[in-house]
Design a protein around this ligand. Structure first.
Ligand code: ADP
Ligand code: MG
Length: 485
């Protein structure tokens, strides 16, 4: 078993109190590594390093070209080591290796995108009426505290770090306690890539002991968080004391809406993909499947039938379509929801742990039907392979049910009628809406939620905005005294 250290101020360190936390392979339930179980003192060290790197000029004086090149070098390294990173990600998260390969490639693409965008940040000339030049300058926000979840560890690190580095911020990143390994590998290349010490710090540990101190630290200027709604609400409150800039991506209960005129085969495939990819551990999972009544029985039968053919198995086998859930805790959570579902609705398929897999936190793809939209399994984010199928009578009812949720991250609509599809797109209160597909995500397009799914947008030019302040500059061109007195 490997004992890892964390990366603070350009060096590899243990936690101040010398504690470690175990990291598991959820397919074998075995400990595969230990990482520092850090605390507030470690966070303080990391924040001071990030603060110094930001304030001492070295980093703030780097040109955008230089920061861009650092990101290109990091991307190149990720691509070169993608096989190793994908295997480690699959092993630590339990996700199928084929999916992990996409994640790693996407992480590299994100680094490249912001490497290019670094040199495209532009200010503005404000058309003020006097004899003056009024400018808006874009400047880095400062020290960014970044807290990420366990479902896409390296990819989420890239979503957070790449725009921050491009903008000229410095970072204190906390990976999820369950899945810190690929981020720690990534950090091994920071120095080679040209990142000065202190610019990016990685602190490992739990939310209460590392995450909260990051959010509360007076020298952190901005907090970027992806995770559960409950923690997001706490973060917003904690950040208020020091008026930090905050961006939150908090998951959802996203509706996937199927009209009778959608392509049937594509619809079944798309419904399964949207909710079972990555074992359903996806913030934008299409976990509420809304189906028009006229095709409801046929749709349900085909959905249940095809879901039974989804191959569960060890993450490193290439045929595997679903691996185990990330942790024992998550397994228990999801199984508890399945028990709730059995009382609230009818079970179409799944609902248990596959008998052939003796060890590992596996859960079968599970489909409930005739679910009332007020049921807990239709309202609460389960973050596992559990779908709630809900019938609807017509377009108006579909929209009403789809929007009847506190969340608003994502939604999808399936129809061959472009007029109807677009009417529904406009009516849906969600930050991302797909038509005739669900889940494709591109670094070029904005990502983020409406309502209680959070605020702020990641990716694309929107992503870097969240790490920039605007400074208004007024330059008087009038050489005479003001002449007021
Ligand atoms: P889950 O419970 O599904 O793992 P969380 O929202 O708890 O989702 O976790 C997402 C990230 O937030 C993780 O890195 C976790 O350590 C962190 N976290 C959890 N609790 C807190 C907290 N109170 N303050 C700051 N970060 C937290
Ligand atoms: Mg938690």
């Amino acid at each position: 078993m490997k004992r890892e250290r964390m990366y603070i101020n350009g060096g590899w360190v243990d936690s101040v109190r010398g504690a470690y936390l175990p990291v598991y392979d959820p397919s074998t339930e075995e400990v595969i590594a230990e990482v520092p179980d850090a605390g507030a003192q470690d966070v303080d060290g990391a924040v001071q390093a990030a603060r110094a790197a930001f304030d001492n000029g070295d980093w703030s004086n780097t040109t955008a070209q230089e920061r861009g090149r650092i990101l290109f070098r990091l991307a190149e390294r990720v691509r070169k080591e993608s096989a190793m990173l994908a295997e480690l990600e699959a092993r630590n998260c339990g996700k199928p290796i084929v999916e992990a390969e996409y994640d790693i490639a996407d992480a590299a693409t994100c680094l490249e995108y912001y490497g290019g965008l670094a040199t495209k940040v532009m200010g503005h000339v404000n058309p003020v009426p006097d004899n003056a030049l009024s400018l808006s300058l874009r400047e880095p926000m400062g020290v960014a505290g970044q807290i990420i979840p366990w479902n896409y560890p390296l990819l989420m690190a890239a979503w957070k770090l790449a725009p921050a580095i491009a903008a000229g911020c410095t970072c204190v990143l906390k990976p999820a306690e369950q899945t810190p390994l690929t981020v720690l590998e990534f950090a091994k290349w920071f120095c080679d890539a040209g990142l000065p010490r202190g610019v990016v710090n990685v602190v490992t540990g739990f939310g209460e002991t590392v995450g909260a101190p990051i959010v509360q630290h007076p020298d952190v200027d901005k907090v970027a968080f992806t995770g559960s709604a409950a923690v997001g609400k706490q973060i917003m409150k904690m950040a208020a004391d020091t008026v930090k800039r905050v961006t939150l991506e908090l998951g959802g209960k996203s509706p996937n809406v199927f009209f009778a005129d959608s392509d049937f085969e594509a619809a079944i495939d798309g419904a399964l993909f949207a909710v079972f990819i990555n074992q359903g551990e996806v913030c934008s999972a299409g976990s509420r499947i809304l189906v028009e009544r006229s095709i409801y029985p046929k749709f349900l039968e085909a959905l249940a039938e095809k879901s039974k053919r989804i191959k569960l198995g060890p993450p490193l086998e290439r045929e595997t379509k679903m691996g185990p859930l990330v942790s024992k805790e998550q397994h228990e959570r999801v199984c508890a929801y399945i028990e709730v579902g059995k009382k609230e609705a009818k079970l179409a398929s799944g609902g248990g742990c596959p008998p052939s897999l003796q060890r590992g936190y596996y859960v079968e793809p599970t489909i409930f039907y005739d679910v009332d939209n007020n049921a807990r399994i239709a309202r609460e984010e389960i973050f596992g392979p559990v779908a709630a199928v809900i019938p609807f009578a017509n377009e108006a009812e579909a929209i009403r049910i789809a929007n009847d949720t506190p969340y608003g991250l994502a939604a999808a609509v399936w129809s061959r009628d472009i007029f109807k599809a677009f009417r529904v797109v406009k009516a849906l209160r969600a930050g991302i809406v797909w038509v005739n597909h669900m889940q494709p995500t591109y670094v070029e397009a904005p990502w983020g939620g409406y309502k209680q799914s959070g605020f702020g947008r990641e990716l694309g030019p929107w992503g870097i905005e969240e790490y920039l302040e605007t400074k208004q500059v007024y330059i008087n061109l009038n050489e005479q005294p003001i002449g007021w007195y």
